[in-house]
Design a binder for this molecule. Sequence first.
Ligand code: ATP
Ligand code: MG
Length: 474
Amino acid sequence: MNLTLPNTNRANILVVDDTPQNLRLLAGILSDKGYQVRPVPNGKLALSAAQKMPPDIVLLDIMMPDMDGYEVCQRLKDSEVTKDIPVIFISAINDVMDKVKAFAVGGVDFITKPFQVEEVLARIETHLKICSLQQSLQEKNQDLATAIYQLQATQEHLIQSEKMAALGQLIAGIAHEINTPLGIIGSSIDNISNFWDENLEKMPQFFQQLSEESQACFLALLHRSTNHETLFTSREKRKIKQQLRNELMAGGIENAEEIADSLVDMEIYDRIEELLPFFKLPDWEVVFNTAYQFASFKKSISLIQRATAKSGKVVFALKSYAHFDSKQEKVQANLHDGIEMVLTLYQNQLKHGIEVVKNYGDLPKIMCYPDDLNQVWTNLIHNALQAMDYKGILTIETKQQESDLVLKFTDDGKGIPPEVIPKIFHPFFTTKSAGEGSGLGLDIVRKIVDKHEGTIAVESVPGQTSFTVSLPIY
Ligand SMILES: Nc1ncnc2c1ncn2[C@@H]1O[C@H](COP(=O)(O)OP(=O)(O)OP(=O)(O)O)[C@@H](O)[C@H]1O
Ligand SMILES: [Mg+2]
C-alpha cells in the first residue's frame, strides 16, 4: 500500500496538565522536536481549545481538580468534532484498574510518570502515524465506495441499454414480421381487384357459351388447383414441369410448354391423362385461361388468409409480451376436440405423405383456454410437419397421469441439434428461411403452457423429436 503520511513533526499537540512544571517540561520537549504545542492547565480549557482547533493528538493528565482526565477524554469522545483525536494518558497512577478505565473511556495509550522522553516521543509518533494511516484508509474506503457506486450506476446503465437494444431488435423483428404479410396482402388484393376488373363483364357470356364438357373440365381444373405452394422447392417444380410437358407432348398436345407452366402455377401436378381430351376441345384455350385466372384468384385469397394468420400470430406474441390480459375466462373443454380441429385444418398438408398415428387415452375435460391451447397444437404440429418435410409419421399420444394431462407430439423428422435446443423457445429464434418461419411459434406455446401452469419438455434425436405438454387438471 502506498500511503502518503502527513509530516508528523508538524503535528499539533494539546498537552493538558494541572502541574505547571510538568506542563512546561512536556511542552519544551515536544517543541524542541518541532511539534506545535498548545499547553493548557485544566480540563475545561482543554475541551474548548480542542473544539476551536482540533489537535492531532492530546496528551492528558488524569489527576486534575474539577474535571479529571477520564472525564475530559469522555467528553472529547462524545463530541463529533473531537471524537477521532487520539488521547494518550500521562499519569503517575500506576494501578491496572486505572489503566483499564483510561482505555475504556477511549484513550489509545497510557504513559506512566515519571516518563522517559524517548518513550513519550516514540508513542506520540506511533499514534500520529496510526491516526494518519487510519485517515488514509478511510479516504481509500470512501474512494472505493464511490467507485463501487459508479460501477453500479454504469452497470444499471448497461443493463438499461442492453434492454433497449433487445427492445429495438424485437421491434425490428416485429416490423419485419408484420410488413411481410402486409406486402403479401397488398399484392394479393391487387390481383383480386385486377381479376375483378378484367373478368366481371366477360363472365356471363363465358358461362353461357360453355359446353357441358368444357364446364366439367373448368370445374375439375378449379377443384384440382390446390394451395400448398410450400410443398415443393423451385427445383422440384422445374422437374415436375418437365415431366408434365413430356406427358402433354406424348398425348399430342400443342403448346405443351405453356400449358405445363400454367399447370404448375395452378399446382396441378398429376393425373394429366384425364385432362388430355380437354386440351383438344375447340374452346379449351379460353376455358383454360379463365380457370387459370380463377385459380390465381383463389390463391390470392389463401395467401391473404395465411398472411392474416401470420400477423395475428405476431400480434398475439406482442400481447403476451405486454402481459396483455385477454380477460377471457377458462371453460371446460375436451383437448382431443381441439387437436382434431387443428388436424382438420392441416388436412391438405397431411394428405401428401404424412401418416398421423393417434394413441388417445381417456382424457377428462379440463378448465382451460381452448383457443389458446389450439395455438399450442397448431404450432407443435406445424413444426413437426416442417421438420419432416411433409413426409413421415406424426404420432400424437395423450393420457392422464396422476393429476396431469400429458400430450406428446412426436415426429420422425431431422431432429434438433443439442446446441440449438436451449434456444428454440426464444422469441424470433428460427432455423427456417425468412417467410417460412418467424421463430415465434414455440415462444407462444411456452407462454400459453405457462398460463395454464403446465410444463413443456422436448427430447430430440435425429428421426425422433417429441414435445410433451403436461397440463394440471384442476
Ligand atoms: N419438431 C421439430 N423438429 C425439428 N426442429 C424443430 C421442431 N420444432 C421446433 N424446431 C426448431 O425450433 C425452431 C423454433 O421453432 P418455432 O416454432 O419457435 O419457430 P419457427 O417454426 O422457426 O417459426 P414460426 O413457428 O414462427 O413459423 C425452429 O426454427 C426449428 O429449428
Ligand atoms: Mg414453428
